[in-house]
Every structure is written in C-alpha cells, then in structure tokens.
Ligand binder design. Sequence first.
Ligand SMILES: C[S@@+](CC[C@H](N)C(=O)[O-])C[C@H]1O[C@@H](n2cnc3c(N)ncnc32)[C@H](O)[C@@H]1O
Length: 190
Amino acid sequence: MDNLIVRTTALAMSVTLSYIRKGDTVVDATCGSGHDTLTLAQAVGEEGQVLAFDIQEQAIEQTEARLRSRGISNVRLLLDSFVSMTSCLPENSASAVVFNLGYLPGGDHGITTLAEITLEGMDAALRTIRPGGVVTFVLYDGHENGAEEKRQLLTRAEELDSSRYHAAYVSMLNQKRHPPEILWITKKRG
Ligand SMILES: C[S@@+](CC[C@H](N)C(=O)[O-])C[C@H]1O[C@@H](n2cnc3c(N)ncnc32)[C@H](O)[C@@H]1O
C-alpha cells in the first residue's frame, strides 16, 4: 500500500478514484504523458470513457503510446484546451475531472498551465461534473506561474457557494522542496 501522505499525486488519485464507477465518463484535463489517463481508463472500464485533453502534440503522442501498449481503447484524445470540455460533454455528466497542472515533465517548461485559463477550466469542470462528482487539481507552486495559479484557484474555491460545492485543500506542511498540493471540489447532490 502506498504511503499516501508522502506521495501527493497518489493521494490525489486515490480520493478521485473513490468517486468513479465502471461505466462512468471522466475527464483528464491535462493528459501529459498519460499516467493519469491510463489509471482513469482502467477505473471506468471498457464500458466507460475518458476524454483526455492536452495542448501539446507531444503529450497526446506520449499518452497514445502508453494506452496502446496496454491495449486501452476507451479514451478520446483531444489536442485542445481543457476549456473545450463543455462543448464535448453535456453538463452534469462526468463523475470526475482531473487537472495535473504545470508543465510536461521532460518537455518544454515554457508551456505550462496559466492561472487565467485554469480558472476557466475550473468553471468548465464544475459545469461538467455531475452532482456527487469531483474536480481534482494537483498544484505546483515551485515555479512563478504555479504560485500565481495556486493563489487564484484557492481564492476562487473559497468563494464557491457552499450550498452547491464543498472544497478541500491539502498542503504538505514541513516539506522544503515544494511538493505538489491538492484541491478537490465536489458538487453537492440536490
Ligand atoms: C504536469 S503535466 C500533466 C501530467 C499528466 N497528468 C501525467 O499523468 O503525465 C501538465 C500538462 O498540461 C498541459 N496543458 C497546459 N495548458 C493546457 C490547457 N489549457 N489545456 C490542456 N492541457 C494543458 C501541458 O501541455 C502539460 O502536458
């Protein structure tokens, strides 16, 4: 069993998976090299589907190769911004939307998620998840854009209507090397 407090990304995914059932529709907003996409595709099973976005061809290709090597075919890969998720899926349809922010590891560090666009992504994701679903953000504040992005996302999350949404935030308090942090938002059932 993973030591989940030490491994932030595993903690983020572990909680996310508790919201997902076989047959569900889920979104990987930033597929990168496809680790999360693969986990999500396995969680929803062949009867479910994953929509996976990235703005970089390199990321889409890496994800495609990872999925192909595992024989996974229930993923729609989209070379597009996550903001477009609302034109691909109806409102209240996904059980989870996952954002792993920042830049593609091993890729161009200049191509990164940006606060203003990620806020639009948050709005899109909150419309797309169904009641009882979850939006997960893995945040990196060790670089300049990331710190500003985190500040704006947390401010927006604090302002969300508490009768409709429940937001939770996890920070690793005594770690010196800026490990990622997690923001989860769930849409309450009517
Ligand atoms: C930290 S990586 C994601 C890692 C990935 N979850 C994995 O498991 O390998 C962040 C990714 O976000 C992508 N990205 C940046 N802005 C985006 C946007 N507006 N829409 C979709 N993807 C974006 C980057 O191209 C990069 O590949």
